[in-house]
Design a protein around this ligand. Structure first.
Ligand code: HEC
Length: 136
């Protein structure tokens, strides 16, 4: 009996430590996305104008360069990107669900399901979204 209690307590403690150790406990109403654990990834103080923009420019703009583009979605525009980040259309918001390949959104970048952003880039997007997708 005592042993069982100890195991349960240890599991709860591990769970708390796990949550504290990742970026996703910050922020708003979204359920926690599946964790992408990477060492050496600096995802604190992620800025839209620097980190997020450069990830999108490198991986997404080729198909998302205006409302007349192949996707009809303009990822140059902060207003549009932040709306996609904070909507409730898919489990983690459209933007993060798309790059996580989870939560029901079409997988992005689109051309190939195996082609996914690097874990650190996904973490940066997640951190930014969970801080409310600020225009910083
Ligand atoms: C090879 C072209 C291509 C690339 C690269 C690409 N996309 Fe897309 N994306 C599309 C197309 C086409 C659609 C619309 C069709 C669909 O929903 O599958 C789309 C749809 C989307 C949507 C809307 C999903 C919805 O249903 O509301 C989001 C968000 C998105 N892309 C984000 C991204 C992000 C972020 C990247 C970069 C990591 C990216 N895309 C890279 C072609 C691309």
């Amino acid at each position: 009996m005592r042993k069982k209690l100890f195991i349960v307590a240890a599991l709860i403690l591990m769970y708390i430590i796990f949550l504290e150790g990742c970026v996703y406990h910050k922020g708003n109403d979204y359920p926690h996305p599946p964790t992408v654990v990477v060492g050496g990834c600096n995802d604190t103080n992620v800025r839209y104008s620097v980190e997020i923009k450069s990830i999108l420019d490198a991986n997404c703009i080729s198909c998302h360069n205006g409302t007349a583009s192949v996707s009809g979605i303009d990822l140059y525009d902060y207003e549009i990107i932040s709306k996609l980040a904070l909507d409730n259309k898919f489990t983690y918001g459209t933007l993060l669900s798309a790059v996580l390949h989870k939560g029901g959104a079409p997988f992005m970048p689109q051309s190939n399901p195996q082609l996914q952003l690097q874990d650190c880039d996904i973490n940066k997007i997640a951190a930014w979204v969970y801080h409310g997708a600020p225009d910083n």
